[in-house]
Design a protein around this ligand. Sequence first.
Ligand code: MG
Length: 271
Amino acid sequence: MLPSRSLRQLAVVLGCSAFVTAALAFGQTPRLGYDDTPLQPDGKWRIHDSRRPLPRVVTPGPVVAAAPPGDALVLLGPGSDLSQWQAGNGATPTWPMSEGVLQTGKGAIQTKAVFTDIQLHVEFATPAKVEGEGQGRGNSGVFLAGVFEVQVLDSFQNPTYADGQAAAMYGQHPPLVNASRGPGEWQSYDIVFTAPRFSPLGQHVSPAVATVFHNGVLVHNARAFWGPTAHRRIDPYVASTARGPIRLQDHQNPVRYRNVWVRELREPDEP
Ligand code: MG
């Protein structure tokens, strides 16, 4: 067994947090997630499984500005206000906004419009000053149809359970790789989302599917959600999830958003 000093040095080399370093120093296995949650539907891992391998780190390419296409609905942009957004109870959102940059505040906010299938561009930045660890560091989230979360987290040298790190389809699928930028840096998600389908009687026909690029790197390739996002469980599909708003999560960490735009996806012969 390595002496604790060597373990600390190893942890620093691996870029682990102080929490992990401390755990190693005391000879404990870092507890990143859970081992008492239900198995996921494919039976391979538990929800938020502590033992699930973390995606390998990939350094993304340089930031490329992505101006919205002409038919996009701009939800946040230079000079825009919060007129496209509301609090969950329909009230005017209180999140602070300045010069096109929105910061998370009390309670989730969501678009007034609801969507089915979409292309969505989101830019976000976790706090430049690193505070907290694991799920408590730069946590927010982009919820598709209001209930399917693509996780926002500071996952730059901040281990947590694999299906809860940045760009995870939270509690379900880790990203293929960890393409996170550092704390305070602007990052992007480009998401193609197909909403779930239901029969006229409300029976579930097909799942919600997402393709996600994190900082231009593919992290989910047409991957299905097993159901609406939940913590320590997976909820069943219900017909109300066939359409919904884009929702931004308040997880009590100050996360910034800018340049958010959406395109509704329709075939040329659809109305
Ligand atoms: Mg979150």
